[in-house]
Design a protein around this ligand. Structure first.
Ligand SMILES: [Zn+2]
Length: 301
């Protein structure tokens, strides 16, 4: 079936790769219209474009995928991320990301974020740091008022084109952030090179992604949730480090990151998974941190 993009390795450009994991049927054998219902959310039927491993650099990626136009259309009717997880837990998770960045770099110069959603991390940066300007690239127009409120009263530029960072002065940014963005981009190297040019010497880029080298991924096999229609590639500590080096970064460190969930939420989800209702069970509401197969990467200019 035609109608999808055909691409070589988005990290190193090589054309030698071997299939590692696929759904039944493979997404690339269906049409855009057949895939549309499976674009977002969780489904009984697992459906994704077959992931191949690059023989040259080790990146796990889908050689067949949606093209730019198809992606723009699919994303245009997508709700903001993670809306089923209660907001206190999103807060705790996002605060831990910001604290990791605060340990790695001075909180000054510009703050740049690609895909800030409603601005949880940007709000921490505004409250805690000494940033002189905020550059927020967010295609979802409905959250722009939230973003403006998150960083007020500091000078803030909210832009909806995620591909063109030219409004940001070169060499001005102290901290840049991409949280669950890089594994969604068709051309991740182009984005990384642009961000590298915007960082000042010693500035850092914080990247949160899934980790396809994680134990969780090995245990779950093809049922691992990040194998889905939204990820044209998935990273391991080794493959993200190689891509960052190719994009000009001098060094990168990778850690497993923590996601916070309220205990009562986890108990309910576990109950749903085995077909029971635990709604009436007395359980604490405090957020619980779990290392769930994600990783946080700090790259330094
Ligand atoms: Zn490669």
């Amino acid at each position: 079936m035609s109608g999808f993009l055909q691409r070589s390795c988005p990290s190193c450009g090589h054309n030698r790769f071997a299939e590692k994991i696929r759904s039944e049927p493979r997404a690339e054998t269906l049409s855009l219209e057949e895939l549309r219902p499976f674009w977002a959310g969780f489904h009984e039927t697992k459906l994704f474009f077959s992931y191949h491993r690059c023989a040259a650099c080790g990146l796990l990626f889908a050689p067949r995928f949606f093209d730019d136009d198809q992606l723009a259309e699919l994303y245009s009717d997508l709700a903001p991320n993670m809306d089923i997880v209660p907001s206190a837990s999103i807060e705790a998770t996002q605060r831990s990301y910001f604290e990791a960045a605060a340990k790695a770099a001075a909180l000054e110069g510009g703050y740049l974020e690609i895909g800030p959603d409603v601005g949880h991390v940007a709000a921490h940066a505004a409250r805690t740091g000494c940033f002189d300007a905020f550059w927020l690239f967010e295609p979802n127009l409905t959250v722009h008022p939230h973003l403006a409120a998150a960083t007020a009263p500091f000078p803030t530029h909210i832009l909806s084109d995620m591909t063109d960072l030219s409004p940001v002065p070169d060499g001005s940014v102290g901290v840049a952030a991409m949280i669950h963005v890089l594994d969604h981009l068709l051309d991740p190297v182009s984005m990384l090179r642009q961000i590298h040019g915007k960082l000042r010497p010693g500035g850092i880029l914080m990247i949160v992604t899934h980790n396809e080298g994680s134990l969780l991924r090995k245990v779950m096999g093809r049922r691992w949730p990040p194998f889905c229609l939204q990820h044209p590639q998935l990273f391991s500590p080794a493959s993200i480090t190689a891509m960052l080096r190719r994009s000009g970064f001098a060094s990168a460190t990778v850690d497993r990151s923590t996601n916070y969930f309220p205990v009562d939420f986890l108990v309910k989800q576990a109950g749903k998974a085995i077909g029971l209702k635990f709604d009436r069970l007395p359980v604490p509401k405090a957020p619980l941190g779990l290392k769930l197969g994600n990783m946080i990467t700090m790259a330094k200019r």
